[in-house]
Write a protein that binds this ligand. Structure first.
Ligand code: B3K
Ligand code: ZN
Length: 878
């Protein structure tokens, strides 16, 4: 296979106007009849028709009803003797495939004796021969035939126009999608499913039918998904005037799914993890994830489906924009400013712990990549989350209303078409000609073309004689693979200046476009404390040598909640880095200073702050975030230092944690709203610290209370937090709680995933986790075939537990290479994700570095690797 280049884009030589598909569904051998109306693209020189196809058995090809000659070349069907001229002709292709054998979960596959499809990015070619590229948009009519008892529900995109009985206990359903679409948005579902229904009236009075399909036992877990869907419909109408354009909108849940969910037109298919929830089985985090993913897929109906991508390099056109939209949706639903800030902090945390490392590693790529070997490897945090930050900066530069105007222009220009990232930026700029975005348009687009996280350096100087404070700004960006030199970015910097007492002196927005610039603020009487990059106004690393005093002022007073949190994180990070670098002090002997501990106590005890915000401030920066601040990484030491800091906070704030736990653990009726979930989160963090403190004191009161809470809890959040407190503190009571938890939820797959993940992700004590992980893989409930289950054990260990994974004896790496190789034969997409666990191997301290390279080389040496895994490991070794 070869590298695909963005620069090589060519429009298709043929168009496909209509597709009529007829399926005879059978797990072992499904028959697919595909009748297309095809015509030559008049703008492209005449050439053979090359249709993509993968793992298909070809039975027949007819052109205008006649047999024709064809060739099969590297998974393409090549037709040379086609009618001349530009009139449409009929092309009929008959193939079979084997859904039951499809473990890649791309194309048509079977899960729990039901049929599902996943076509993005290139799965449709596993169903039939086609021009499987997003710029070929066609009208689809789909007939499904299957055994009626075994597959009573038959679904596809659009509207159900006909259904009925057939001979031999079979039945059929015929669906017509009123919208043209690219093949990646095709979907079908067939099986024993039940649904929750809701009729809603749109603003214009039109009625729509919303449905959430699940397996029969799961109907009691669909209310939240339906509520989220209704909220999404209302939000898109209110915020962007984008209505639901379908009579019927369906969501279907399946437990075997490679990613989160898929936005197929009118028939979204979801991982059960992002649909099913009731208070007994789902945590607050699950509830909020469901809200965002349901929103995300729904919002794709406009940003992705009505306007789609010209080619896969433009993926962020739909993904960055749609992530931005789902983030805004969740913020708007959260309501209060403080709750919005909490959501913003959570989003930035994801960006900095996952995307910044990606941007600094071997897989670094621009938001709009220039090349790929396997497109599935580019569904990344860069394309999604950094892409969303780029869209957010546009909104910052043109204002909220200006952005909404830009969106309207975008749809006015491009509705029904397959376009590029440039088209999107152009529309936002054209709708706001006076904005800094329009004025610096070409420079702004570097966010799409240049990879790497820019560093923004700031240094302040106060001149007491003139009363002028000057702030020297400079930006730079380190080289990334294939990009040695970077040009300056457009960086919107929201900032404020505080006096020493924390009063705000001034506030504003500066758009940095040059490599260096100096801002001056006259009329000051003393050196101010700068609050920079408020709300994280640009996805950059801010280098400013803050003193503790400045950070303590910001933590206590900044009007911007994001930077208040950020100040606390900086205080913690500086301490963690100091202790990590000072190898003469063992982690157990680390002492946190009074000022830091008191600042944390003040936040915890504040009667003005929300519980959710307190929980974020009192959570120390993640190990992976700390690792990114270091040139040479010893993951075990990072883990040990962070744990030691947690234990110190646990002891020093013992009575405060006890107060926090009691004050936030009322047992009222469950509701997943922002305020209640924030309270539960803080109570959970408190309980963890109380159990950690008990660990060093030997006292068993709090572990006992945790066990009691675990047993009595009326919702999964409290129950799981209590279990996690016992497990992460390594208390002896953890074993019986784990056993009991398994017994209670043995029939709840998503809860078992949590049970597996908690154990594989638990803090390592003397190398005990790897044996636990191996044992878990032998558990009767473990299977490699189910992506959620594989992730719950293998990823929780290899990607989510650096302190346990990076073992001095390299056994973690050997385990990793075995699993990558093993998974690659089952499901290359999942394997390639796992392969990324060692992305940052070059930063590891020896002997880990050498051992990691060896493990990667071991995978790379395997001859028949998938493109997915090959691309990841060869980039890692480059
Ligand atoms: N568009 C899908 C992702 C498809 C991934 C294919 N490997 C989900 C989403 O972003 O909404
Ligand atoms: Zn998406």
């Amino acid at each position: 296979s070869k590298v695909i280049l963005r620069a090589d884009y060519q429009p298709p030589a043929y168009w496909i106007d209509t597709v009529e598909l007829a399926f005879d569904l059978d797990p072992g051998k499904t028959r697919v009849l595909n009748r297309m109306k095809v015509r030559r693209n008049p703008d492209v020189t005449a050439q053979p028709l090359r249709l993509d196809g993968e793992e298909l058995n070809l039975a027949r090809v007819l052109v205008n009803g006649q047999g024709t000659s064809f060739k099969l070349e590297d998974s393409q069907l090549v037709l040379e003797n086609l009618p001349e001229g530009h009139e449409p002709f009929d092309l009929e292709i008959f193939t079979t495939c084997a859904p039951a054998k499809n473990t890649k979960l791309m194309g048509l596959y079977v899960s729990n004796d039901s049929f599902f499809t996943q076509c993005e990015a290139e799965g449709f070619r596993r169903i039939t021969y086609f021009l499987d590229r997003p710029d070929v948009m066609a009208s689809y009519t789909v007939t499904l035939r299957a055994d009626k008892a075994r597959y009573p529900v038959l679904l596809s995109n659009g509207n159900l126009v006909e259904q009925g009985a057939l001979e031999d206990g079979r039945h059929f359903a015929k669906w017509v999608d009123p919208f043209r679409k690219p093949s990646y948005l095709f979907a079908l579902v067939a099986g024993q499913l039940v649904c929750r229904e809701q009729r809603i009236a749109a603003r214009n009075g039109k009625e729509h039918l919303l449905q959430v399909y699940v397996r029969p036992g799961d109907l009691d877990k669909t209310e939240h998904a339906m509520n989220s869907l209704m909220a999404s419909v209302a939000w898109d109408e209110a915020r962007f005037k984008l209505p639901l354009d379908l009579e019927r909108f369906m969501i279907v849940a399946t437990s075997d799914f490679n990613m989160g969910a898929m936005e197929n037109k009118g028939l979204n298919i979801f991982n059960t993890k992002y649909v099913l929830a009731n208070q007994a089985t789902a945590t607050d985090t699950d509830y909020s994830n469901i809200e965002s993913v349901v929103g995300h897929e729904y919002f794709h109906n406009w940003t992705g489906n009505r306007v789609t991508c010209r080619d896969w390099f433009q993926l962020s056109l739909k993904e960055g924009l749609t992530v931005f939209r789902d983030q805004e949706f969740s913020q708007d639903l959260a309501g209060a400013d403080s709750a919005r800030a909490v959501k913003r902090i959570e989003d930035v945390r994801v960006l900095r712990t996952a995307q910044f490392p990606e941007d600094a590693g071997p897989m670094a790529h621009p938001v709009r990549p220039d090349q790929y070997l396997e497109i599935n490897n580019f569904y990344t945090v860069t394309v999604y989350e950094k892409g969303a930050e780029v869209v957010r900066m546009m909104q910052t530069l043109v204002g909220r209303e200006g952005f909404a105007k830009g969106m309207s222009l975008y749809f006015e220009r491009h509705d029904g078409h397959a376009v590029t990232c440039d088209d999107f930026v152009q529309a936002i700029a054209d709708a706001n000609p006076e904005s800094p975005l329009a004025q610096k348009l070409d420079q702004f687009k570097r966010w799409y073309s240049q990879a790497g996280t820019p560093r923004l350096k700031a240094a302040g100087h106060f001149d007491p004689v003139s009363g002028i404070y000057s702030l020297a700004l400079s930006q730079s960006c380190a080289p990334t693979p294939g990009q040695a030199e970077k040009l300056p970015f457009v960086i919107p910097i929201a900032l404020g200046l505080l006096d020493a007492n924390g009063n705000e002196l001034t506030t504003g927005m500066h758009v940095l476009t040059d490599a260096t610039e100096t801002l001056t603020f006259p009329g000051l009487t003393a050196a101010p404390v700068p609050s920079l990059l408020r709300g994280f106004s640009a996805p950059v690393v801010l280098d400013y040598l803050y003193t503790d005093t400045e950070l303590l002022t910001l933590l206590a007073h900044d009007a911007d909640p994001f930077n208040r949190w950020e100040a606390g994180q900086r205080l913690a990070t500086q301490r963690a880095l100091g202790h990590i670098r000072n190898e003469s002090v063992a982690p157990a002997d680390i002492r946190l200073d009074h000022a830091f501990i008191e600042a944390m106590r003040v936040i915890l005890r504040s009667d003005k702050l929300d519980a959710a915000f307190k929980e974020l401030v009192l959570t120390l920066p993640a190990e992976t975030y700390i690792a990114e601040q270091l040139d040479v990484v010893d993951p075990q030491r990072i883990h040990a230092v962070r744990e030691a800091m947690r234990e110190q906070l646990a002891q020093a704030l013992f009575s405060d944690w006890a107060w926090a736990f009691e004050a936030h653990s009322e047992n009222g009726a469950y509701s997943p709203d922002a305020v209640s979930s924030g309270r539960r989160a803080l109570a959970g963090l408190a309980l963890t610290h109380l159990c950690l403190a008990a660990r060093s004191s030997g006292d068993s009161v709090w572990p006992g209370k945790a066990l009691q809470r675990f047993k009595d809890a009326s919702n999964m959040t409290d129950r799981f937090n209590a279990l996690a407190a016992l497990v992460t503190s390594g208390h002896a009571l953890a074993a019986q709680a784990l056993q009991r938890f398994h017994a209670m939820f043995k029939d709840e797959a998503l809860v078992l995933d949590k049970w597996f993940a908690l154990q594989a992700g638990a803090p390592d004590r003397g190398g005990n986790i790897l044996p636990v992980v191996k044992q878990l893989m032998n558990h009767a409930d473990f299977t490699l075939r189910n992506p959620n289950r594989a992730r719950s054990v293998i990823f929780s260990y290899c990607s989510g537990n650096p302190g346990a994974f990076h073992r001095a004896d390299a056994a973690g790496y050997v385990y990793w290479s075995d699993r990558v190789i093993e998974l690659d034969t089952v499901n290359p997409q999942v394997a390639a994700r796992l392969a990324r666990a060692l992305d940052r191997w070059k930063k590891l301290a020896e002997p880990l570095r050498g051992a990691a390279r060896e493990a990667i080389a071991r995978v790379a040496a395997k001859p028949d690797l998938s493109n997915d895994v090959r691309e990841v490991v060869s980039r890692a070794l480059a």
